[in-house]
Design a binder for this molecule. Structure first.
Ligand SMILES: CC(C)(COP(=O)(O)OP(=O)(O)OC[C@H]1O[C@@H](n2cnc3c(N)ncnc32)[C@H](O)[C@@H]1OP(=O)(O)O)[C@@H](O)C(=O)NCCC(=O)NCCS
Length: 158
């Protein structure tokens, strides 16, 4: 897809972006109770709209993706990467992940750490990430997620 605009989010887009995250998460077939338990973690608030840490993808004036990163020590953590279900596998996830990786390099991070939905783990592996254990879900007690990492100093990493 060529007509994709990556840009910072604007004031007033938090509600639409939070809805996009939930709609996107639902592609893996989770039920309503599960999605409700994830709602807080998937919400985007005005304080999140740091243009250096959050970007959106827009196609024809419509928000179709969002990525959010957070510095954590020497690492950068991928907090959110959500693409509209109607536009999966058209390269927007790759574009937004590329933005996160280039920001990580600008910020001097050694690696990008990704606590992935199990359904998305193969996407990250396809993007060059390697497995780095498991981590407890922030939303569902007792659930564990695959942790992956993109080593930014590794030229073969992507
Ligand atoms: C995971 C996700 C972000 C991928 O975004 P996308 O825009 O569909 O991915 P792209 O089109 O950029 O795909 C890039 C490559 O990865 C591959 N790919 C995409 N999703 C994949 C998947 N689930 N499993 C394996 N490969 C995948 C594509 O085929 C493409 O391969 P190529 O290099 O041969 O062209 C998207 O599926 C999504 O938002 N899922 C729901 C929400 C979610 O789980 N987000 C991640 C939270 S950790």
């Amino acid at each position: 897809m060529t007509n994709v605009l990556l840009r910072p989010a604007r004031d007033g887009e938090c509600g639409e972006l939070s809805a996009l995250c939930l709609r996107s998460k639902a592609v893996w077939g989770y039920d309503a109770a599960f999605l409700e338990a994830c709602r807080a973690e998937l919400s985007i608030r005005p304080a999140d709209l740091d243009p250096g840490l959050l970007h959106v993808a827009e196609v024809d004036g419509k928000l179709v993706g969002v990525v959010q990163i957070t510095p954590e020590g020497a690492d950068l953590h991928l907090d959110k990467l959500f693409i509209d279900p109607g536009i999966l596998r058209t390269g927007i996830g790759r574009r937004l992940l590329d933005w996160a990786v280039s920001r990580a390099a600008e910020l001097g991070a050694a690696r990008l750490v990704i606590d992935a939905d199990p359904g998305a783990a193969d996407f990250y592996r396809r993007m060059g990430a390697t497995d780095a254990g498991v981590v407890a879900s922030g939303s569902i007690p007792g659930r564990f997620l695959p942790r992956l990492e993109l080593l930014l100093a590794d030229p073969a990493g992507r």
